[in-house]
Design a protein around this ligand. Structure first.
Ligand code: SF4
Ligand code: SF4
Length: 586
């Protein structure tokens, strides 16, 4: 039977067909929908969970695999940085049930803080890697990944990119491979306990596995030779294969699905049968460098194709076939539309106050990172998940001698990010005598990725009720003085300002918590506000809160602020900003 599936739906389907019974992830674009689809369609057979971060997601999956279950861990590319510690050692322990780690990379940074090519992780951690080129392969290769994982006693890296995760394709679906439920839990201390004495002999074993995997790749259908016009031989993988095939369908192709370790004999053989080899790949010269190291002459690679950003199909067409594609005029001339906070978002008022206070704001990853953009311009640094508190602490230590209030630091972090890895930063600050103010904006959801549960929502991904971790109690337990733990109403600008000023004056760590849920997820809508045109002076101050419900309407003296009642949630933030009382509840 055939179905049209998104790449992420196909991965979820592949997990089900492969007999997976355990899946864990931290949500992150472009990987989020994998677990959402497992939950929606396959949770009868697959236990699935959101984990507090990617490291814990991989660790629980390793545990499940050691117990004998086929297990899946999913994350976006930067998440693998967080999970790198268990990853590098899980390659040493090996597994019992198959274990696959999905790394969903985001070339061009559609929604990420950096652009990294996680194929490099395969080489670095010595883990076999599969790369699908479309939805069908996303499903089929995932099943193959579990076979490889069990056959070679190793986790497998399953690397996708946004264009694979978020594109649809026709997929021939199959049935589930039912696997016997593990009944025993063998004790194998030498295999699973990585003391130096047990780990040392594992390294040569891993090298032997990689050598065997090279041989395996020579005959595996995961790697495919498509001979056509032998004047041009293209070595490629992933979405780059689709672009190259479209550009020069008649050329010869070595399409690699098992992209680490590379099938050396197959590459050499392919190169001998074509006049020239061109390597087409996105981001780093991962394949090109390895092919060159084999002594195979590569006539073109990164000298033709960019090392930065998504590989554009038009660029591939131009470089391979010499066909220039005109950029449509409308697309070239369109104004850019920066992302904005939702109408009624509880972050809006907080950033308005932070801007007013002119403190240094150390930000984190979440919707609230938008506080860095105009008109707020109220976030001055943002590094990575959980980094806001530690960065603020480092800055405040260096600026400790300064009496200038402008040098005071406020760390802004959401609830999900706090649970992810902000907690350890706060422990660092408390332990090492910091004095920053930490604002935890608890909107009770992982908002930026579409509204997933957190350890504070009282519900698991499977829909079961769960203990709700109380952030206020947690920070008190960590050691923040009770007088320095403040809960404020994010929509009450005066209160937010007063409390922040009080906490900024203290020489020790403070935590200010907002507990206003995400308007989008909880569908909050009060009576909309409206502008009194008589009172409005057209000063445009209200526009500074950057709400899409607000605009200026009319010409000349008639030009006044206006609120679209369809968008306005009645949050009142703009009315608190208007000095002329021109904005009132409708
Ligand atoms: S802040 Fe008040 S007076 Fe100024 S434009 Fe907005 S509604 Fe009008
Ligand atoms: S009250 Fe003002 S800021 Fe809040 S949603 Fe309505 S227009 Fe936007």
């Amino acid at each position: 039977m055939k179905e049209v599936l998104l790449g992420n739906e196909a991965i979820a389907r592949g997990a089900w067909e492969a007999g997976v019974t355990f899946a864990a992830a931290y949500p992150g674009t472009p990987s989020t929908e994998i677990l959402q689809n497992i939950k929606a369609d396959y949770s009868k057979d697959i236990y699935c969970q959101w984990s507090p971060n990617e490291k814990t997601a991989l660790e629980v999956a390793v545990g499940a695999a050691i117990a004998g279950a086929r297990s899946l861990a999913c994350m976006k590319h930067v998440g693998v940085n967080v999970a790198a510690d268990p990853l590098f050692t899980a390659v040493y322990t090996g597994i019992r049930g198959g274990l696959v780690l999905v790394s969903a990379d985001d070339p061009y940074l559609h929604s990420s803080q950096n652009e990294q090519d996680n194929r490099n992780y395969a080489k670095f951690s010595k883990i076999p890697m599969l790369e699908p080129s479309d939805s069908q392969e996303a499903k089929d290769f995932l099943k193959a990944a579990f076979e490889i994982s069990e056959q070679f006693d190793t986790p497998v890296l399953f690397r996708t990119t946004t264009r694979i995760n978020h594109s649809k394709g026709v997929v021939e679906v199959g049935s589930r491979e039912e696997r016997p439920k593990p009944t025993d839990l063998p004790r194998d201390v030498k295999k699973y306990t990585m003391l130096p004495g047990f780990a040392r002999p594992k390294h040569p074993v891993i090298e032997e596995k990689l050598a065997k995997l090279k041989e395996y790749g020579v005959t595996s259908p995961l790697n495919r030779v498509e001979m056509g016009d032998t004047s041009l031989g293209i070595i490629t993988s992933g979405i780059s294969y689709a672009y190259a095939k479209e550009a020069v369908p008649g050329a010869s192709f070595l399409k690699l699905g098992l992209t680490y370790p590379l099938p050396e004999a197959l590459i050499r053989d392919f190169a001998q049968h074509v006049d020239r080899v061109v390597v087409v790949e996105e981001l780093d010269p991962f394949l090109e460098e390895q092919v060159r190291l084999l002594g195979v002459e590569v006539s073109h690679g990164k000298d033709l194709f960019p090392i930065v950003g998504e590989l554009e199909p038009g660029v591939v067409l131009e470089k391979l076939a010499g066909v220039k594609t005109a950029v449509p005029a409308a697309a070239a001339g369109l104004p850019t539309r920066p992302p904005v906070m939702c109408p009624g978002c509880s972050h809006r008022g907080v950033f308005h106050v932070l801007k007013k206070l002119k403190v240094f704001v150390s930000g984190d990853i979440g919707c609230y990172t938008l506080g860095a953009l105009p008109p707020f311009n109220a976030m001055h640094a943002c590094l990575c998940m959980g980094g806001s508190i530690t960065m603020a602490h480092g800055i405040s230590k260096v600026m400790a001698g300064s009496t200038d209030p402008l040098n005071r630091t406020v760390a802004v972090i959401g609830d999900s990010t706090f649970f992810h890895s902000g907690i350890t930063g706060l422990i660092d600050m408390i332990w090492n005598g910091g004095n920053s103010v930490v604002m935890i904006q608890d909107n009770r959801i992982t908002a930026m990725t579409g509204g997933q549960q957190t350890p504070g929502t009282g519900q698991t991904l499977m829909g079961a009720e769960a203990p709700q971790i109380d952030i206020e109690k947690l920070v008190l337990t960590l050691g923040v003085k009770p007088a320095n733990v403040r809960v404020v109403n994010a929509y009450d600008l005066k209160q937010v300002e007063t409390v922040l000023k009080e906490e900024l004056s203290k020489p020790e760590p403070s935590v200010v918590i907002t507990k206003d849920p995400c308007v989008l997820n909880y569908r909050i809508k009060d009576r909309p506000m409206k502008v009194d045109p008589e009172a409005c002076t057209a000063c445009k101050q209200c526009l500074q809160v950057s709400c899409i419900a607000l605009s200026m309407q009319g010409q000349g003296d008639e030009r006044k602020a206006s609120i679209d009642p369809n968008f306005c949630t009645g949050c009142t933030v703009c009315s608190q900003v208007c000095k002329f009382d021109a904005i009132q509840q409708a």
